[in-house]
Ligand binder design. Structure first.
Ligand SMILES: [Zn+2]
Length: 472
């Protein structure tokens, strides 16, 4: 009892001294950047104010949880599943919900021709390039409510955290909601961020892109209120030097942080996939009548290539090289018919572009070799996409690391094996990503879950990282 009473009265004294020190400040509501970020004071005012800014970073967890739940109701699948496809009614409602929250946070909101949404908090020096953060809210069919969402609602809350703490940024801070990170509707992943990063090829391709219902991209975009006056999407490209840094908060979508009991993942690199489509053609024939020496079995060629993919990936000698044959189709697909056609789709990823491209070259050589050995035709070997991997920028890594450290949160460096809008933002801005743990690493299914405590930790680190980056 005694010690308790002592500690309470100690708190009271501390509060009292703090409030005195606050009233002694010239401007008690606005902390300077140095004060906030922990960078050296030019004129230290008191021993209390140097440590208090960090303890004042309080996340409104109740509200944030409510927002995550509310946003998940804009879905074309029943809870707990979330299905939110680009430019559908539910997507439009969800976008409206986010724009409203951005407005409530005091941000000025604008949208571009494909529906990337920007919420800006003007800094003290608004002519400087801004610091950006953000993620996506579209959700593949029957997925969960945290993928992407944590990096959008979390970013809005991070701004609210900073505003509540009295912080004023030097560089402007901007939240970006990226259009269509998921490829569900038009088969193009990270559509919004690719365009922001200046993809001429995509701007051109979208002129003729249609969805599975044969609705054109432009028709769909117009129905959601976008792309009204433009058929030239180069208008979306970011001007050079728009952002001095970009950081994305995201659930890990893997099990490492949870298994190791670590609060924050500092992403140092994002692996990038290449996708390849391969077709073999043989003569087919009756499964009984054509004897083995006379066959050229397109199915066996595909099987051999699948094993070759595994071999070349393992031969790279790096754990970071991966390869998957996710689709293998045989034609005509009858038990008593020798496959006359086979179709494979191969995904290979790495954080090292040269090493990954080397694997692609070896897969191609194997495909040619298998075709000639088996007497089948290699009728197609097409690299569908070959995005370069991205490294996080030291400036952003340092800011994320010191933010986690100052907040006393356990953290580790890691690689993002999935790719994100950050991969494309890295082309136009120094980039970094923050991961938070998620239950068993589940993602893209209704069981996806992140605790509000872990989300709040991520929001705090994001807030402090943004504050630091805004001071450079
Ligand atoms: Zn995502």
């Amino acid at each position: 009892m005694m010690s308790r009473r002592f500690s309470c009265s100690y708190c009271f004294v501390l509060l009292f001294v703090c409030s005195i020190s606050a009233t002694c400040n010239e401007d008690p509501t606005i902390k300077t950047m140095e004060d906030f970020s922990g960078y050296p004071f030019q004129e230290p005012s008191s021993s209390f104010s140097s440590s208090s800014p960090f303890s004042s970073l309080s996340v409104d967890t109740q509200n944030l949880r409510k927002q995550i739940d509310e946003l998940s109701t804009f879905s074309d699948a029943p809870a707990p599943s979330v299905t939110r496809i680009l430019y559908t009614d539910k997507d439009v409602l969800a976008r409206r919900y986010i724009k409203n929250l951005m407005g409530l946070a005091g941000l000025s909101v604008r949208e571009d021709a494909v529906g990337n949404i920007f919420g800006r908090w003007d800094g003290n020096e608004p002519e400087l390039s801004a610091v950006a953060t953000g993620s996506h809210i579209d959700a593949i069919p029957y997925s969960g409510k945290y993928d992407g969402v944590v990096g959008v609602l979390g970013a809005i809350e991070a701004i609210n955290v900073l505003k509540r703490s009295g912080f004023k940024p030097k560089r402007s801070l901007e939240i970006i909601l990226f259009t269509s990170e998921e490829p569900t509707r038009f088969g193009i992943s990270c559509l919004g961020s690719r365009l922001l990063a200046g993809s001429e090829a995509l701007a051109e391709a979208l002129k003729t892109t249609v969805d599975a219902q044969n609705i054109s991209f432009f028709e769909a975009a117009k129905s959601a209120g976008y792309a009204k006056d433009h058929d030239d999407l180069s208008i979306v490209f970011l001007k050079e030097g728009s952002y001095s840094a970009f950081v994305e908060l995201h659930i890990e979508q893997g099990p490492i942080l949870e298994e190791e009991g670590i609060s924050i993942g500092i992403v140092t690199a994002i692996a990038a996939p290449a996708s390849i489509k391969v077709d073999f053609e043989g003569d087919g024939g009756h499964a009984g009548a054509v004897l083995m020496p006379s066959r050229n079995d397109a199915g066996l060629a595909a099987a051999e290539l699948a094993l070759a993919v595994e071999k070349h990936v393992l031969d790279s000698g790096s754990i970071d090289t991966v390869g998957t044959v996710g689709i293998l189709e045989l034609h005509p697909g009858a038990i008593n018919s020798i496959p006359s056609k086979s179709h494979l789709e191969i995904d290979t990823r790495d954080i090292d572009q040269e090493r990954r491209n080397d694997v692609i070259e070896k897969i191609f050589q194997s495909a040619e070799m298998i075709a000639s050995k088996r007497g089948v035709r290699l009728s197609e070997f097409r690299i569908i996409n070959q995005d370069p991997p991205a490294l996080s920028h030291k400036l952003v890594i340092d800011a994320m690391q010191s933010a986690a450290k100052e907040l006393n949160l356990t953290h580790k460096s890691m690689i993002s094996r999935a790719y994100h809008d950050s991969l494309f933002m890295a082309r136009v801005s120094p980039m970094g990503m923050l991961f938070i743990p998620c239950y068993k690493g589940y993602s893209h299914k209704p069981e996806e879950y992140a605790s509000i405590k872990d989300i709040a930790n991520g929001v705090k680190v994001l807030a402090l990282t943004l504050a630091k980056l805004s001071s450079f």
